[in-house]
Design a protein around this ligand. Structure first.
Ligand SMILES: Cc1cc2nc3c(=O)[nH]c(=O)nc-3n(C[C@H](O)[C@H](O)[C@H](O)COP(=O)(O)OP(=O)(O)OC[C@H]3O[C@@H](n4cnc5c(N)ncnc54)[C@H](O)[C@@H]3O)c2cc1C
Length: 382
């Protein structure tokens, strides 16, 4: 595996610590969690214990006080072993904590950041059955009644929902204003009128829960509006711009994991009297995968570094997410090929990685949506 040459000593140590955790605590559970479509509670506890659920939150609120880049490294390291566990950490840090850190009032930060760092899982609920790529066509509504908001509607595809205690929910509080009525609300699982609905039965990342949310006269205290009223669309755009780098990191880690498993396998599997790694035809295939993975790593790290440095990173994030998800799919597919027949079975991990790879091109903006962002960026640069 390529050494992590572009990391500082501290960053490399952090990455290695997360990877060691993933190998010791997550790896033994990967197959059973995939088969049962559930996240092992011990694995989830381990994520909190290692400080991976509040990486950027300030230390005085129980977080790690670290950088966005560190969150990206954690997502990458976990995805080498299990992309499902990786996305739990990704959504918690790059979407939920991130939104609170940026737009939360002091009281909201006080109430939620500590809990999110130590025991509460969070979810980010934008999508609905009728609004995916066209996210601002959402139908969920919020109506002011006295000292509270009352939310009605359905949210679909919500990651972590089975485990979550806090949901960032987007609903339109003033449909007459179009997308400028969209507002973000902090909804606790126990609020009246809130329920988690059916859980999806998925192709990949099966240990990560994906559920419907039911908002039936869901009562949210007025102080739980996140950011300004009618500015939810901005919160959604800005958080997803950052979250996308996390998905790039997840796909990068997945590709690295698939390549590592493949290298181990081809170096011991013999055909025609020698290991299959010794055939130049195979060596060249592996060289191409290594090149792809390296390029994905540079794109993902560059986007994350730009974000931390306060530079514009929107196009770079779209490129990183798009490219890393293509690399993950190609690498996992080639891995299955190079394992031969056993690659097609659940005896070896590459079959699962192949299934897991597919989601990278879909969530947090499909590949076509990333292409749209990149194309618009070309316009502004010409
Ligand atoms: C496992 C999983 C987890 C998810 N987690 C979350 C979550 O936590 N929170 C959340 O809010 N959402 C979540 N989502 C939803 C996800 O973000 C959407 O599925 C995604 O944005 C695509 O929307 P859609 O499914 O409605 O597809 P559609 O928008 O219907 O797209 C279908 C196809 O049409 C293409 N298309 C659409 N519009 C255009 C266009 N203008 N030009 C060219 N092509 C276009 C798309 O690229 C795609 O190929 C999750 C989804 C999945 C599957």
């Amino acid at each position: 595996m390529t050494p992590l040459t572009i990391l500082s000593e501290d960053e490399r140590m952090f990455f290695d610590t997360v990877l060691a955790f993933a190998r010791e605590r997550v790896a033994p559970q990967v197959s059973s969690m995939d088969a049962a479509s559930t996240l092992d509670p011990g694995v989830l506890r381990g994520l909190f214990e290692l400080g991976l659920m509040g990486i950027e939150s300030p230390s005085e609120r129980g977080g790690g006080g670290s950088s966005f880049f560190s969150a990206i490294l954690a997502v990458q390291a976990l995805a080498r072993v299990d992309p499902s566990v990786s996305v739990v950490v990704d959504v918690q840090n790059t979407l939920v904590n991130n939104a609170l850190l940026r737009w939360g009032t002091d009281a909201q930060k006080e109430r939620y950041l500590g809990k999110l760092a130590s025991e509460w899982v969070g979810s980010y609920a934008l999508s609905e059955a009728g609004s995916g790529s066209d996210a601002f066509a959402l139908k969920a509504r919020a109506e002011r009644r006295g000292d509270r908001w009352v939310l009605n509607g359905r949210k679909l595809w919500i990651t972590n929902a089975a485990e979550s205690s806090l949901f960032v929910v987007f609903a339109n509080a003033d449909p007459g204003q179009g997308y400028k009525g969209i507002t973000a609300f902090l909804v606790e699982r126990g609020f009246p009128g809130f329920a988690v609905g059916k859980k999806e039965h998925k192709l990949g990342i099966r240990a990560s829960s994906t559920c419907e949310l039911l908002l039936d006269d869901c009562e949210v205290p007025a102080e739980n509006v996140l950011g300004e009223l009618g500015r939810g669309y901005k919160i959604a755009i800005l958080t997803l711009n950052e979250g996308r780098i996390g998905i790039g990191a997840q796909m990068l880690g997945l590709a690295e994991g698939a390549l590592a498993h493949t290298l181990d396998y081809v170096r011991q599997r013999k055909q025609f009297g020698k290991t299959i790694a010794e055939f130049q035809g195979v060596e060249f295939q592996l060289a191409r995968l290594a090149l792809d993975v390296e390029a994905a790593r540079l794109l993902v790290y560059n986007a994350a570094r730009l974000k931390d440095a306060g530079h514009d990173f929107v196009n770079e994030a779209a490129m990183a997410k798009l490219f890393a998800s293509e690399v993950a799919e190609r690498t996992a597919s080639q891995a299955v090929d190079l394992f031969g027949g056993v690659g097609f079975t659940q005896e070896f991990p590459v079959e699962k990685l192949y299934r897991d790879a597919k989601i990278g091109k879909i969530y947090e903006g499909t590949t076509n949506m990333q292409l749209q962002t990149i194309a618009r960026g070309l316009g502004s640069k010409s």
